[in-house]
Design a protein around this ligand. Structure first.
Ligand SMILES: [Zn+2]
Ligand SMILES: [Zn+2]
Length: 153
């Protein structure tokens, strides 16, 4: 997926929290005010339906409260609240990678458009997303990105 996110780059503040409120997240800096969705087998299993995320520069991110992480692959982890289970973010573990935040954690993200959808050929019948956003099949995505071998169900 090579979507030009330039029109969606913003610098500003977003406040988020998990379901129980133990985890509070502030994004106060550069972020992309638009969402990408992924239907790979891991994202589907982790999210329960379809995984979405928006990118934020780590320099502007403040997290308070205990957070649990799961290393879902050699290069990335998924974070959640250990009390209520809310999914918080996906992030490459390689250095100072940007966050891919779960948009549902941030009330203001309700206005973010969907701009990309990957593994579209793997989308389950109950999670077909309407719109004219950019899409990529598994093969198209894996040809140019880090991925987990196999994407087994
Ligand atoms: Zn919580
Ligand atoms: Zn995925």
């Amino acid at each position: 997926m090579s979507v030009d996110v330039t029109p969606y780059r913003r610098v500003g503040r977003l406040d988020g929290r998990c379901l129980c409120g133990d985890v509070q997240i502030t994004v106060d800096g550069p972020h992309v005010a638009a969402v990408g969705a992924c239907h790979c087998a891991m994202c589907r299993r982790w999210s329960g339906v379809v995984q979405g995320g928006f990118a934020a520069d780590p320099a502007g991110v403040t997290v308070t409260g205990a957070v649990a992480t799961y290393a879902s692959s050699k290069f990335a982890e998924r974070a959640f609240c250990p009390t209520c289970g809310s999914h918080l973010w996906f992030r490459d573990t390689d250095g100072d990678a940007e966050y891919e935040f779960a948009p549902g954690v941030f009330a203001a993200a309700a206005d973010f458009p969907l701009i990309s959808e990957i593994y579209i050929d793997r989308a389950p019948a109950y999670a077909r997303l309407a719109g004219d956003h950019a899409t990529a099949t598994r093969a198209e995505y894996e040809a140019r990105s880090l991925f987990v071998e196999g994407d087994d169900p």
